[in-house]
Ligand binder design. Structure first.
Ligand SMILES: Cc1cc2nc3c(=O)[nH]c(=O)nc-3n(C[C@H](O)[C@H](O)[C@H](O)COP(=O)(O)O)c2cc1C
Length: 185
């Protein structure tokens, strides 16, 4: 069974983190920054405790004694969804003063898979440079850009479309509509 560390930060789009936490298979652990908790409440009316049933545990971002602060604790991928440009910047320059940024620093040094779902618009040159830097280091940068080509009929379907893409990048079969083989040819 795959093991995933999921991080939510204080970017808008908590709905994407929530959907991913719920639908990603495997063993999952969740870290939420202080601002992620704030945005979760303001955008979804939810508390971190609402996500506890879907993961093994929810960590505070100041819990640098958590297992994921150490490279000895390996897992299959770190997924940051949504990722603020602040967290993006810290990761890109090597600041590791929170559990999320420390886990990212560990993932980089240990060459572990990392997916960063940046959410900001427009993007500054600084943010674009940070994206390029991480991408060159093997990080998969997936801006929160839900697909419209499946003609979503609702917000839930639109959000599910982005989660499907995230799951397919992780190598997990998407639970939603996948491309038919004849559409690929
Ligand atoms: C309602 C709300 C929406 C926000 N949306 C974004 C956003 O879309 N992208 C972003 O980079 N920051 C956004 N921010 C700002 C971040 O929360 C802020 O930079 C914070 O310091 C990020 O810290 P974190 O990355 O540790 O969560 C938003 C803040 C609030 C309160």
């Amino acid at each position: 069974m795959a093991r995933y560390l999921i991080a939510m930060t204080g970017a808008s789009g908590a709905i994407h983190g929530v959907d991913f936490v719920k639908r990603c298979p495997g063993e999952k652990w969740l870290v939420m920054s202080d601002w992620a908790r704030h945005v979760l409440q303001s955008e979804r009316g939810m508390k971190p405790a609402d996500l506890e049933p879907h993961v093994k545990s929810v960590y505070r971002d100041d819990d640098l004694a958590a297992p994921f602060s150490s490279g000895s604790n390996r897992y299959d991928a770190l997924v940051i969804v949504p990722c603020s440009v602040s967290t993006l910047a810290k990761i890109a320059v090597g600041i590791a003063d929170t559990l999320i940024t420390r886990a990212a620093a560990v993932a980089l040094k240990e060459r572990m898979k990392m997916i960063v779902c940046v959410r900001e618009t427009p993007l500054s040159t600084i943010a674009l440079e940070h994206i390029a830097r991480l991408s060159r280091d093997g990080v998969i940068v997936m801006p929160v850009a839900p697909p419209w080509y499946a003609n979503p009929k609702s917000l839930d379907e639109l959000v599910a479309g982005f989660t499907d893409k995230l799951l397919s990048v992780l190598g997990e079969a998407p639970a939603g509509k996948a491309w038919r083989q004849d559409e690929l040819e």
